[in-house]
Design a protein around this ligand. Structure first.
Ligand code: NA7
Length: 842
């Protein structure tokens, strides 16, 4: 048994939410964080001027409506200290600290195929085992310092912006050299220039930057988006970048040039990179359109920078605008008008070495007291490659990625079972609002982990073919744009020797989410799911006692009995069950059915019950009765708080298919029409009764009958195929029901084999599952009917019917009815009841 369900590397935005999401889903989780505090990027990048370039209303968690209402951002674009405060507030508010281990760097993670678990090792020498390993190490966390000869001889201090001293740096009166003019360099430069004696900016590539127009939060603006934050977030999820941007929807090349200039100026004045670049549809795909925007931006530099020679050097010309991360700054270009700032062009005269007193370029020497590197990161794969991750057969992840990082859907690398990467290579990640993409990935991973658990799968791994196809798609989409034309960290061009591969998905956040959802709905298409080492291999001791008692009682198997004998045995067995709990009223009724009166019993737990449940008992359509199921139905009435109608439908072989199904449907019509009085109605049943409930839901849809709020199916019979794996696994005599028993039941209920294909006998064969009520499914591991339950849930998901599936890993067929005898029966009934109650109350 693994120590944890999920081990998470990193506690930035991704790791923090992973802890919350997994824990809320009932999983055990621990996040390991190298820093002495949480926050990841926002913990480490505390250089002066560090600020987010996505608006605060977007760059914040959406998972908690209360959190997003309660928290107020002080600025449109939040500065690093405020983002860090926010993340600490989230950890406090949701009590996440006990599951976050600070000052602990994950150094290795290796897959143990025998145990189907990961061993995660940390730099304190400790290790834990976990069923799943989730990387939340971030896309931009492995910082890079260029290897400059002589750096170690430099007499003054030097800093990388991503490892800035917590108590700050005082540059007053110093001559400072800044290397790097990406987003970071552009943010830090004006802050240094404001205090230093002199700032030398060493520029290799001139960069585009749009103004932020940052400012204090306008209360009216805040009230505006908070008034309808939920629908705003929904729009964001469907948008291209994870931020709803109102573009013109038109190509720039189709617009009169003056109109294009007017639109660009309007957006320039409003500030912000995403709305500016998103103004026209062709800017990132058509070089001519791009040139128009680039020239517009060069004009702004020309009119800002006083010295034409300096302005000329600052004009970006070597790549399409947007193809490198678009920078944002209100004061970077104007800074070059200060007398204490010098721009040094290290493209024409590269840096050659460092000495004790300063920096040497190919044509000059600059005396410096301090050096600042804003030289970026080994992006996307760098941080994960610093961990020794080993998958199947001990293959290192870094080896798999030697030609470039890859993962199916950008979240699951093939060959690394039960491992997921939040915002991994091949996902929109850095091309989107990261917080939104992080939430989407974490939730998707959580759902996948839960799906595996509910289905008894021990391992989930991307198929290499699915990964190949996905990465080919990622590449194809990228090459339809201008992005690959730039030497950027997006393609790894900033790291000497790194393979040039475009590893982010440019198909858009909304379409990407839809694709991920479709994969999940289809039962995790493209993943291999394996049941090895699945659930507990042993039957729960309480259930074993029941099985032992039955074995001790002796007697022939069901399939050798007559229906009368079988009914007598089941009646006798049922006497060991119960009694069920008291309910306020129990009355017997006769429901008028098409074929005559249908006896039924109505259990009302209390006055004012919020809904009605129509319940069909199990017993293979041949045995079973309202009396025999009295205890469990009472318990369900109490747990759900709803009126429950237990239906004494006609049994086979006296009444063959579709008699029972007809009675079941008539009972629903009666309950909906006569009893419910507008209250929500659900159908429910166990085993063959689960079959009748599923069939009743199908018929209600097909016949435009009563609307159903839920179908509760407990280890239902959904198909006449007795060849599923679980039928073979539990074909012995020692369980409640086996393959031959089921064949006997089918022979009595639907004697004509061809008729069993009818979806109203085998609902799994219904050609269309859409439009059915939400499914709450209960299955047991040690049950021949196990796999047809799973199959039914899979079809529902594929048809986008909401499914909640509870799988009881040590339980047997029939356990739901054994109230008072099995703790799991009480648990399963109270869980199902709580869901019915919640649905009934709307
Ligand atoms: P970036 O965007 O990778 O910028 C790094 C800068 O450092 C860039 O100007 C580089 O020039 C320069 N650089 C890198 N290596 C060298 C060497 N060896 N010599 C001289 N100059 C060098 O990193 P940032 O930290 O600014 O931003 C990263 C992301 O964080 C940003 O995009 C946002 O998403 C947040 P180059 O352009 O390669 O010629």
């Amino acid at each position: 048994m693994a120590d944890l369900d999920v081990a998470v590397a990193g506690a930035g935005f991704a790791g923090i939410y992973a802890v919350h999401a997994f824990r809320s889903a009932g999983l055990t989780v621990r996040a390991f964080e190298a820093g002495s505090g949480i926050g990841g990027t926002w913990f480490w990048n505390r250089y002066p001027g560090a600020r987010c370039d996505v608006e605060s209303k977007d760059y914040s968690y959406s998972f908690s409506p209360e959190l997003e209402q309660d928290w107020s951002w002080s600025e449109r674009y939040p500065a690093q200290p405020e983002v860090l405060r926010y993340l600490n507030h989230v950890a406090d508010r949701f009590g996440l600290w006990p599951d976050i281990q600070l000052n602990t760097r994950v150094t290795a993670a290796s897959w143990d195929a025998d145990q189907a678990e990961w061993t995660v090792t940390t730099d304190d020498g400790a290790s834990v085992t976990a069923r799943f390993f989730v990387s939340a190490v971030g896309c931009l966390s492995a910082y890079q310092v260029p290897s400059l000869p002589g750096l170690e001889t430099f007499a003054g201090p030097w800093y990388h912006t991503s490892r800035w001293p917590a108590d700050g740096v005082d540059f007053t009166g110093l001559r400072v050299g800044l290397i790097g003019t990406g987003s970071t360099g552009i943010q830090v430069a004006p802050e240094i220039a404001a205090v230093a004696e002199h700032l030398y900016v060493f520029q290799r590539t001139a960069n585009f930057a749009v103004p932020n127009r940052n400012g204090a939060t306008d209360p009216a603006w805040e009230a505006g988006f908070k008034a309808d934050y939920r629908s705003y977030r929904k729009q964001a999820q469907k948008s291209f970048l994870g931020v709803p941007i109102a573009g013109t929807g038109r190509p720039a090349l189709a617009e009169p040039p003056a109109e294009v200039q007017r639109t660009l100026m309007e957006r320039w004045q409003a500030g912000g990179g995403m709305p500016f670049l998103g103004a026209y549809t062709d800017v990132l795909v058509d070089r001519d359109a791009n040139d128009i925007v680039a020239e517009f931006m060069r004009d702004r530099i020309r009119e800002t920078v006083a010295d034409p020679a300096v302005a000329e050097l600052l004009l970006p010309r070597t790549y399409p605008v947007g193809a490198k991360r678009l920078c944002q700054s209100d004061d970077y270009f104007a800074m070059f008008n200060r007398p204490n700032v010098t721009l040094v062009d290290i493209r024409s005269a590269p840096l050659t070495s460092v000495s004790a007193r300063g920096l040497r370029t190919a044509d000059a020497f600059y005396e410096l007291d301090a050096l600042v590197f804003a030289t970026g990161f080994d992006a996307i794969s760098g941080a994960l490659n610093q961990i020794d991750v080993r998958g199947v057969g001990g293959v290192p992840l870094a080896g798999k990625w030697s030609a470039g990082p890859r993962a199916y859907l950008g979240v699951a690398p093939a060959g690394f079972p039960n491992m997921f990467i939040v915002t991994g290579p091949g996902s929109p990640s850095v091309f989107s609002n990261m917080v939104l993409s992080i939430e989407q990935h974490v939730e998707w991973i959580r759902d996948c982990v839960l799906y595996a658990g509910a289905h008894g799968y021990a391992t989930v791994q991307a198929k290499p073919s699915a990964e190949d196809a996905w990465m080919a798609h990622v590449t194809e989409v990228a090459y339809a744009t201008l992005f690959p034309l730039a030497d950027s960290w997006y393609v790894g061009a900033n790291i000497p020797g790194k393979p040039r591969v475009f590893t982010s998905y440019l198909g858009g956040v909304g379409p990407y989410r839809a694709r991920c959802d479709a994969v999940a709905a289809a039962g995790y298409e493209g993943f291999a799911l394996d049941r090895r080492l699945a659930m507990s291999s042993s039957v729960h001791p309480q259930a074993q006692l029941i099985l032992d008692g039955m074995a001790a009682a002796g007697g022939p198997p069901i399939w050798e009995m007559t229906p009368e004998q079988a009914r007598a045995v089941v009646t006798a067995n049922n006497e060991h069950i119960g009694p069920g709990p008291d309910v306020a009223s129990v009355r017997d009724v006769v429901i008028p059915g098409q074929a005559g009166g249908i006896p039924a019993r109505v259990y009302s737990p209390a006055a004012g019950a919020p809904g009605v449940v129509v319940y069909y008992h199990g017993g293979g359509w041949v045995v079973g009765s309202v009396d025999g199921w009295d205890a469990s139905v009472r318990a369900l009435a109490v747990a759900s708080g709803c009126d429950v109608v237990s239906v004494d439908y006609r049994l086979a072989p006296e009444h063959v298919f579709p008699a029972a199904a007809d009675d079941a449907y008539d009972a629903l019509e009666w309950a909906a029409g006569e009893l419910a009085d507008g209250r929500p109605v659900a159908v429910a049943g166990d085993s063959a009764g689960g079959n009748l409930a599923a069939v009743t839901a199908l018929r209600a849809r097909d016949l435009d009958g009563p609307a159903l709020a839920l179908q509760l199916l407990v280890y239902p019979v959904t198909d006449c195929d007795l060849d599923r794996t679980s039928y073979h696994e539990y074909d012995g005599a020692e369980f409640i029901v086996n393959r031959r028993d089921m064949a006997w039941y089918w022979d009595h209920y639907v004697p004509e084999p061809a008729a069993r294909m009818n979806p109203y006998a085998s609902p799994l064969r219904a050609p269309d599952m859409s439009g059915l009520p939400p499914l709450y499914l209960v299955t047991a591991e040690h049950d021949p009917l196990r796999d047809e339950g799973f199959a039914y849930a899979d079809r529902m998901r594929a048809a986008r019917v909401p499914v909640e599936h509870r799988h009881y890993g040590s339980q047997i067929h029939g356990f739901f009815s054994f109230v008072n005898l099995l703790d799991d029966a009480d648990k399963a009934i109270s869980e199902a009841g709580a869901t019915i109650r919640a649905v009934a109350k709307g």
